[in-house]
Design a protein around this ligand. Structure first.
Ligand code: SF4
Ligand code: MG
Length: 329
C-alpha cells in the first residue's frame, strides 16, 4: 500500500506558567520527536494514557497546530510552510473528528445548515451536503432538525457528515466515540468502517480504549509521554506486545472511571507528568525491568521484523508472560 501521510520527527513544545521575575516559564514537549507513516486506505490506531500527547499529535498531523520541529507530508507534498491557497486545498483533503465535537454545533442552526457550512466557506456547491448526510443516515427530513432534537449518537453522525462533506481522503479521529454510551459506540465505529470502505478513506484513530482500537485498526502505535514506544500490525501487537509498557497496558484490567462514563486501564506507578519527563527511558520509574542503562539513556525506536519498539531490554526479558486478553467490542 502506498504511503498517504508521513510525519518526520514531529515535536511541539508548550510553555508552562507565566514568565515572571522569580518564576521563569518552563518549556515542555507534548510531542517529542514522532515519526510515523500512514498507508492509503488503512487505519493506524494510536493508543496511550491521557496526557501522553495523542491529541497534540492529532492536531500536528493535520496542520491545525504548527510544529516546533519536523514536517508532515500528504501524498508526497509538504503541508508545513505552505501558502494560504495551498493550505485551503490541503484542508479539504484532511479532516478532524474529535471527542465531544457535538458541543461545537450551533444550537440555532439546522443539521443541514451545519453540514453546509464548510461548503459555504470554500465556495462549493451546497448539494454536496446531501451526499454526506445520506452517507451517515441523516438524509431527508432528519436534516431539517436542530441539535437539541437529536441523540448523542445522531450528533456524532452530524460531526462525521461535516468532516466528510468536503470529500477528504484522510481523517484523524481523536477519541471519536469516547463521549458516547457503550451501546452507541459500536454503531458509530461500524459506520466509520463502512464509510472507510465505501469512500476509500485513510484513518488515524486515536483512543485510550484498546478494545476499540483492536476492532478498527490495521496497525497500532503506542504513545508514552510524547513519544512512540511501539508500532506493529494489529494482530502481532495484540498477540505479543514487545514493549513493557504495551504489555502492562494490555494486561491491566479496565476499571470504571468515575469521572467519565467508561472504563480505564490502570498501569501501576505514578501517573506521568508530561511537563517533567524522567531521564533516559521515560517509562523507567514504572517499568519492572528498568536498569541503570534505562535511567541514563533513552532507547531508540528499533526494527524487529516489520514492527518497532523503543526499549533496551526487548531481546532479554518479558514483563508479562501471559497472553494479552482484550475483548473485541
Ligand atoms: Fe523498561 Fe528499560 Fe525498556 Fe524503558 S528501556 S521500557 S525502562 S526495560
Ligand atoms: Mg486527548
Amino acid at each position: 500500500m502506498p504511503v498517504l501521510l508521513e510525519a518526520e520527527n514531529l515535536a511541539r513544545s508548550f510553555t508552562l506558567g507565566r514568565k515572571g521575575l522569580f518564576r521563569p516559564a518552563r518549556q515542555f514537549n507534548a510531542v517529542d520527536g514522532v515519526s510515523l507513516s500512514v498507508n492509503r486506505g488503512e487505519t493506524l490506531g494510536i493508543v496511550g494514557e491521557s496526557g501522553c500527547g495523542k491529541s497534540t499529535l492529532s492536531r500536528l498531523l493535520l496542520g491545525l497546530l504548527p510544529p516546533s520541529q519536523g514536517s508532515v507530508m500528504l501524498d508526497g507534498a509538504e503541508t508545513t510552510d505552505v501558502t494560504p491557497e495551498e493550505w485551503r486545498r490541503l484542508r479539504q483533503r484532511m479532516q478532524l473528528v474529535f471527542q465531544d465535537a457535538a458541543g461545537s454545533l450551533d444550537p440555532r442552526l439546522t443539521i443541514r445548515a451545519q453540514v453546509e457550512e464548510p461548503l459555504r466557506i470554500h465556495g462549493l456547491p451546497l448539494e454536496m451536503a446531501d451526499t454526506a448526510l445520506d452517507a451517515v443516515g441523516l438524509g431527508g427530513a432528519m436534516s431539517a432538525r436542530y441539535p437539541h432534537e437529536m441523540s448523542g449518537g445522531q450528533l456524532q453522525r452530524v460531526i462525521i457528515a461535516r468532516a466528510l462533506v468536503m470529500k477528504p481522503e484522510f481523517l484523524v479521529l481523536d477519541e471519536p466515540v469516547s463521549a458516547l454510551d457503550v451501546s452507541i459506540q459500536a454503531q458509530i465505529v461500524n459506520l466509520l468502517r463502512d464509510l472507510q470502505r465505501e469512500l476509500g478513506l485513510t484513518y488515524v484513530f486515536v483512543s485510550h480504549d484498546l478494545g476499540i482500537v483492536r476492532h478498527v485498526s490495521d496497525r497500532v502505535a503506542v504513545m508514552y509521554l510524547g513519544r512512540i514506544v511501539e508500532t506493529a500490525p494489529k494482530a502481532e501487537f495484540y498477540a505479543k506486545p514487545l514493549h513493557p509498557y504495551s504489555q502492562l497496558l494490555l494486561n491491566s484490567v479496565p476499571v470504571p472511571d468515575p469521572t467519565r462514563r467508561k472504563r480505564a486501564r490502570i498501569v501501576p506507578g505514578d501517573p506521568p507528568n508530561p511537563a517533567d519527563p524522567p531521564s533516559g527511558c521515560r517509562f523507567h520509574p514504572r517499568c519492572p525491568l528498568a536498569t541503570k542503562l534505562c535511567r541514563e539513556q533513552a532507547p531508540e525506536l528499533r526494527d524487529f521484523g516489520g514492527r518497532q519498539a523503543a526499549c533496551h531490554m526487548i531481546e532479554t526479558a518479558r514483563v508479562a508472560p501471559k497472553r494479552a486478553a482484550v475483548p473485541t467490542p
